[in-house]
Design a binder for this molecule. Structure first.
Ligand SMILES: Nc1ncnc2c1ncn2[C@@H]1O[C@H](COP(=O)(O)OP(=O)(O)OP(=O)(O)O)[C@@H](O)[C@H]1O
Ligand SMILES: [Mg+2]
Length: 238
């Protein structure tokens, strides 16, 4: 069973008096354990696709199966889907409440889902991403961008999702921190077998982490890249 199985998907937005189609794709399957890349220029529809798969954008037409369940447009995700699909946003501020200490932001996903919360495993997951326990007492603005993004990743992992959606998780960070976060994601994938969809405008990042990728242009699939095509594209873009 594919983790993501899109037969068709169309997303339109109101523009002026009419509509414009931001996304129109078909026949996209992502398998368990895969790291799948989405590449494309600004405004090509990458975030829109992730938002549909995260249940954040519900105004779409088409047929989507996610983790074996058929999605209904307009419907809020319920039950296991709400836990099994988690998203990390491009701007880590978007994942973290500015007025809540990190401890509270990290406890919340499990509390909301009625799951036990254990301080020791939280300390372990912070250590796993190279953060000291003292960040728990801080507010988001008291962390660096890279630390905030690590916290956002830890938060997304609290529910042990089966699918992690990453919307340009490193674009706001400098090169060294970018590399650290990418290595962290790779290690997570190796250790947990979790599937990921990674949006990035950087072909090297995608070629480094992903098994396959889509190149999206103006909302449509421009090219499907397998591992060999990804490596070749990264090589020729250098
Ligand atoms: N809520 C919205 N209302 C109206 N138009 C929207 C909305 N969200 C996105 N769009 C439009 O849909 C198109 C695709 O946007 P999207 O955010 O998916 O692009 P993207 O590929 O993620 O771009 P970027 O690389 O800049 O993040 C853009 O033209 C954008 O302006
Ligand atoms: Mg985007």
């Amino acid at each position: 069973m594919s983790l993501v199985d899109i037969s068709t998907l169309t997303v339109s937005f109101k523009r002026g008096l009419g509509h414009f189609t931001a996304l129109q794709i078909e026949a996209l399957q992502i398998e368990p354990g895969e790291c799948f890349g989405l590449i494309g220029g600004s405004g090509s529809g990458k975030s829109t696709l992730l938002r549909v798969l995260a249940g954040l954008h519900r105004d779409w037409q088409g047929g989507i199966r996610l983790l074996g369940r058929s999605l209904n447009a307009q419907r809020v995700f319920t039950g296991s889907l709400r836990r099994d699909v988690q998203m990390v946003f491009q701007d880590p501020y978007a994942s973290l409440h500015p007025l809540h200490r990190i401890r509270r932001s990290l406890r919340e996903p499990r509390q909301i889902n009625g799951l036990p919360f254990d301080e020791a495993s939280l300390a372990a997951s912070l250590a796993q991403v190279g953060l000291p326990g003292e960040v728990l007492e801080r507010y988001p603005h008291q962390l660096s961008g890279g630390q905030r993004q690590r916290v956002a990743i830890v938060r997304a992992l609290q529910l042990q999702p089966k699918l992690l959606l990453l919307d340009e998780p490193t674009s706001a960070l400098d090169m060294t921190v970018q590399a650290e976060i990418l290595n962290l994601l790779q290690a997570l994938r190796r250790d947990t077998g979790m599937s990921m969809i990674l949006v990035s405008h950087d072909i090297n990042t995608v070629a480094h982490l992903c098994d396959r990728a889509l190149l999206i242009k103006q909302g449509c699939i421009e090219q499907r890249l397998d591992r060999a095509a990804l490596i070749e594209r990264a090589r020729t873009s250098a």
